[in-house]
Design a protein around this ligand. Structure first.
Ligand SMILES: Cc1cc2nc3c(=O)[nH]c(=O)nc-3n(C[C@H](O)[C@H](O)[C@H](O)COP(=O)(O)OP(=O)(O)OC[C@H]3O[C@@H](n4cnc5c(N)ncnc54)[C@H](O)[C@@H]3O)c2cc1C
Length: 402
């Protein structure tokens, strides 16, 4: 179920395993996705898919203001290529691998067990039965059960692709996080921190996005828009033409679904968004092949296994103990970060990017094995100034109810 990146990734792999797949989605699978997806180029290179990048930047930097003495005034060079997917190329590449599969334009309304199988009942009145249903309908799925969580921290962002009176970032540059606070008033600096995510698309077109990493309740798009305008005008940059606006909102710390439910999920519905960075597409591409391979093995070897058994097995493959524990660590980290005010957050990230590149990039991609992840987190702790250390243990006084 679904036709976003998660659905296409898992369907392509299931088809490749020779399984009989029926795909249901509210819209045609080749309808352009509304979001732009970014990724560190190395993640795609390791999958042999770097040709799917539509843009790639070598000049990749962040700014953390004057967080640590004078050090933070200069850009921090990441020396690591970042890219944006060519959405259409990614979609087409995945759909090509789905072969002749027929996609039914259907919206699932209800899902229930029917003996050994699962039945999906759609708004059209049609219903479909399968040995196993995989819900890839995104983080809002009403079908996937998970523990209740008081306040879900959400990443929110407002961005513009457009033309400007002067370049908002250097030519050919990608800015992961610009936390410089010099445009903020004394009152604004006490508000939840936001940063600029920006890039040069060439031909005088730039993408600039004011982002709140995670907050509960989420920062409103109006606030982010005002902040973006004030940041740009403080630098003497005016917007000449808006080509596209991006409104971004998604949960960062959605609890993991119950892993004994008879319905399996993949992507946003399975809480696969990285709780500390908000990235997911790399994880989808990495984790889909194993899940599909194991499901094919179970289904072929055990023709009498019912939906409940298959889904439970699937959940174990998707969320093995190692990944569950890493997820918990990331969630702990995010919780602490959410208590940091603007200055603490800048100091934290300035320290984070002083880690060796393999460490910070592995942390962000969630590719470090658990023992190494723990070591990296400890290293970060020891590198941090004293008050950040205390904040990491006890949380900072800041405020955020999250
Ligand atoms: C604006 C934005 C920018 C992002 N940027 C990045 C990024 O740069 N890099 C990154 O890695 N991640 C990014 N993310 C996070 C994450 O990768 C995306 O949220 C991603 O789109 C989630 O993929 P998904 O396939 O799980 O869900 P979705 O993309 O939400 O797709 C869900 C699909 O299910 C269908 N559907 C929904 N309900 C039903 C139903 N009842 N029946 C049938 N079909 C249904 C929908 O029509 C849709 O096709 C971003 C998220 C947002 C919102």
């Amino acid at each position: 179920m679904g036709a976003g990146p998660a659905a296409l990734c898992i369907v392509a792999e299931l088809v490749e395993q020779g399984l009989s797949v029926t795909a249901l989605a509210s819209h045609a699978p080749d309808k352009p996705w509304p979001n732009t997806y970014g990724i560190w180029a190395e993640e795609l290179e390791s999958l042999g898919m770097a040709s799917l990048l539509g843009h790639r930047w070598t000049n990749t930097v962040s700014f953390f203001g004057n967080g640590i003495g004078n050090e933070g005034k200069a850009p921090v060079n990441h020396d690591f290529d970042y890219g944006l997917f060519d959405q259409s190329a990614l979609q087409k590449a995945l759909l090509r691998r789905c072969g002749e599969l027929l996609w039914h334009k259907e919206t699932a309304k209800d899902i229930c067990l029917q003996g050994a199988n699962t039945e999906v009942i759609c708004s059209s009145g049609n219903s479909y039965k399968a040995r196993l249903v995989i819900d890839a309908s995104g983080h809002r799925s009403p079908f996937i059960k998970r523990p209740h969580y008081e306040s879900i921290a959400q990443q929110s962002a407002y961005g513009i692709v457009g033309r400007f009176t002067s370049p908002p970032v250097d030519n050919g540059q990608f800015v992961l996080m610009d936390f410089r606070p010099d445009h903020l008033t004394k009152e604004e600096i006490l508000q939840p921190p936001t940063f600029l995510y920006a890039m040069d698309f060439g031909e005088d077109i730039f993408f600039v996005e004011e982002t709140s990493l995670a907050f509960s309740p989420p920062l409103s798009w109006n606030t982010l828009k005002e902040r973006l305008h004030s940041r740009l005008s403080h630098r003497g940059v005016e917007i000449v033409e808006v080509i596209h606006e991006e409104y971004c909102l998604f949960p960062m710390n959605l609890p993991l679904p119950y892993r004994n439910q008879p319905l399996l999920a993949f992507g946003g519905a399975a809480s696969m968004v990285h709780p500390a960075s908000g990235y997911m597409v790399g994880a989808l591409l990495r984790r889909a092949p194993t899940l599909a391979r194991k499901l094919a093995k179970y289904m072929n070897a055990h023709p009498n296994w019912d939906s409940k058994t298959l889904a439970r097995k699937g959940w174990k493959v998707l969320w093995p103990l190692e990944l569950v524990q890493r997820h918990r660590l990331y969630q702990y980290g995010l919780k602490r970060l959410m208590s940091f005010d603007e200055l603490y957050l800048r100091q934290f990230f300035a320290t984070f990017f002083r880690l060796p590149r393999e460490d910070w990039s592995g942390f962000l991609a969630n590719t470090l094995p658990l023992p190494r992840l723990l070591m990296v987190m400890l290293r970060l702790f020891f590198l941090s100034p004293k008050k950040i250390k205390l904040g990491m243990i006890f949380g900072a006084s800041n405020s955020n109810k999250y």
